[in-house]
Design a protein around this ligand. Structure first.
Ligand code: F6R
Length: 369
């Protein structure tokens, strides 16, 4: 079943280009995003949405946090991202012009299911993003966008995560078209960027050998920090989650701008810090800020592992290791930046002799509260 791979996780990481391509299939025609599942609502309903609330847990919630940037920028609708178990127990304000989007690989996560039921009863329209055909959450939702990533067996979510972001980007572009918030030309540019992602993810996978070597040197590491900004921030948190669950190492993700508000106190000589560096071309305003964050923590002895765009020369003098990702527009960098973090967590788990597919204390689908 593993098809020659040493673990399901290794197989599923490698399947990510196909998983994303499968999510996109049938939903882009002649450079236009039309998600057939969304047409059930009628364009007037989608045009009248005043607020979007995304509910999910764990990695799926990080997919939601990542997509918030694109949905707000393209569709111009405010987006809140909430953990399902927090949402349903705090009397959230839900009106009939609220669209609640749930994200769940399994479609069976009890907390998310209960949150969807709550939202529906409160009058919201509900859409689910799900990887499992016919699961409970899609059956309880008004519409479903299946990710079609194929079965995910490893407990740690990888291909489902990138497919969830792809599905949310399709949703955002469909919404932007219906609402007229992007011009035809802008829609075409973003759609082409999305269609280019599977090949770029495939290129990123070629870094696997050097990441394995890095991980093999780090089996005694006690804590790892992850820094990101803008869409790199939820990816930093996802990288930390992967490392906790797979390698049992204390890990935290921070927004790089938050460093001097506290976390910089954690930096001591030798502390490994992964930094997701925004593109110097696409994010010309953010890139120098992150490079200066790198300098600040390097001066305090941090060991910097930078994930940076190919050709980004500014980070080279300050990084101990640079992992290169292909060029992409800023909102599309998460698809690429997350891949080295997945591989790092997987390889460190393997190097420590742990069960990478079945980490201790975890279940693939959490059907209890
Ligand atoms: C992390 C992981 C979990 C799940 C979470 C939600 O690698 O797999 O954090 O993402 O339990 O599961 P689903 O998406 O099935 O609702």
């Amino acid at each position: 079943e593993k098809g020659g791979w040493s673990s399901f996780m290794a197989k599923e990481v490698s399947e990510q280009p196909d998983a994303i391509a499968n999510t996109l299939r049938g939903r882009i025609t002649d450079g236009h995003v039309v998600v057939p599942e969304l047409t059930e609502f009628g364009d007037d309903v989608l045009a009248g949405i005043r607020r979007i609330v995304i509910i999910a847990c764990g990695t799926a919630a990080y997919a939601g946090q990542t997509a918030k940037y694109a949905i707000e920028k393209w569709a111009g609708v405010p987006v809140d991202v909430e953990l399902s178990h927090e949402f349903r127990y705090r009397d959230p304000v839900i009106t009939d012009d609220t669209l609640v989007v749930s994200i769940s690989q399994s479609g069976e996560t009890m907390d998310t299911l209960m949150a969807v039921k709550y939202a529906r009863e409160a009058g919201a329209k509900t859409i689910s993003i799900c990887n499992t055909q016919g699961a409970t959450i899609p059956r309880e939702s008004d519409a479903v966008i299946y990710t079609h990533a194929g079965p995910e067996v490893a407990v740690a979510s990888t291909k489902a995560f990138v497919s969830q972001i792809a599905a949310l980007y399709l949703f955002a572009l469909h919404l932007a078209r219906v609402r007229g918030s992007l011009t035809e030309a802008e829609l075409a540019v973003q759609t082409a960027e999305l269609q280019a992602i599977p090949d770029k993810v495939a290129t990123t996978l070629l870094e696997a050998d050097s990441i394995r070597q890095l991980a093999q040197w780090m089996t005694d590491t006690r804590a790892v920090l992850f820094l990101g900004r803008h869409v790199g921030f939820p990816i930093a948190m996802e990288g930390a989650l992967k490392l906790k669950e797979l390698a049992y190492i204390h890990a935290e993700g921070f927004a790089a701008g938050e460093l001097k508000h506290g976390p910089i106190a954690l930096i001591e000589p030798g502390q490994p810090v992964f930094v997701i560096v925004p593109s110097p071309r696409g994010s010309a305003h953010l890139h120098p800020k992150v490079v200066s964050n790198i300098q600040e923590i390097r001066a305090r002895g941090a060991r910097i592992i930078a994930i940076a765009e190919i050709g980004d020369a500014a980070v080279l003098p300050f990084a101990d290791t640079v992992i290169h990702i292909p060029l992409a527009a800023p909102l599309f960098e998460p698809f690429l930046a997350v891949v080295p973090l997945q591989i790092f967590a997987m390889e460190l788990s393997i190097a420590k002799g742990l069960d990478v597919d079945q980490p201790r204390n975890l279940a693939k689908s959490v059907t209890v509260e």
